[in-house]
Design a protein. Structure first.
Length: 92
């Protein structure tokens, strides 16, 4: 059964959806081209087994990211995901 982690943007630093995807790809060590869209504001981070859904504000800036972690995800990918969000100033 998959687990879910919810990250929230705090502070005044806004980031676009494209920037968020790029930072997650860099943080997880996967090419940006390995991020696959699964619908509006939902994407899968390559072969990591992690899917991310975004809630955006009125300016289309991501404010909340829900990460669905599959049972097959490696602990190192989850750790990198948390570290990347923390470095962007987001909280769990």
């Amino acid at each position: 059964m998959p687990a879910e982690m919810i990250f929230c943007c705090v502070g005044d630093t806004m980031i676009s959806e494209a920037e968020l995807c790029q930072k997650l790809a860099d943080g997880l060590g996967i090419p940006h081209s390995d991020i696959h869209l699964e619908g509006e504001r939902r994407f899968v981070l390559g072969e990591t087994g992690i899917a991310v859904s975004l809630v955006v504000d009125e300016n289309h800036n991501p404010m909340v990211a829900t990460a669905d972690i599959s049972i097959n995800s490696k602990v190192e990918h989850v750790t990198r995901l948390c570290k990347t969000f923390r470095e962007m100033g987001w909280v769990l």
